[in-house]
Design a protein around this ligand. Structure first.
Ligand code: FES
Length: 108
């Protein structure tokens, strides 16, 4: 449900060339802080805030598959959002993403 009556659409986010290669790039879209992951399986996007606490996951260590939270070292799979190590227990909120003309778009 959306209280603002906003219809979701594909929105331009960032050029592939502006991403940190093989890493997590923080991008703000409106009031949302997003994390763009350049994974071994392609581009994935989630909300940037850790589901365990007030940390931006883009500040953590990323190995191409798993993002380690900088605050308590919780671990998430950046491709699915699933938690992989404590204290992370709640999945990341993943944002539908695609690449068009070498730019990342998100469905929001
Ligand atoms: S804030 Fe991320 S694991 Fe605690």
């Amino acid at each position: 449900m959306n209280t603002q009556g906003h219809q979701k659409t594909w929105q331009d986010l960032i050029a592939l060339a502006d991403l940190e290669t093989g890493d997590a790039t923080p991008v703000t879209l409106g009031r949302r802080d997003l994390a763009v992951f350049d994974t071994v399986d392609g581009i994935f996007v989630s909300l940037a805030r850790c589901t365990h606490g007030a940390a931006n996951l883009c500040d953590g260590y990323f190995d191409g598959k798993y993002i380690e939270c900088p605050l308590h070292q919780g671990l998430f799979d950046a491709r699915t959002g699933q938690p992989r190590a404590a204290p992370a227990r709640i999945p990341l909120r993943m944002i539908k993403a695609r690449v068009v003309d070498s730019r990342v778009q998100v469905f929001l």
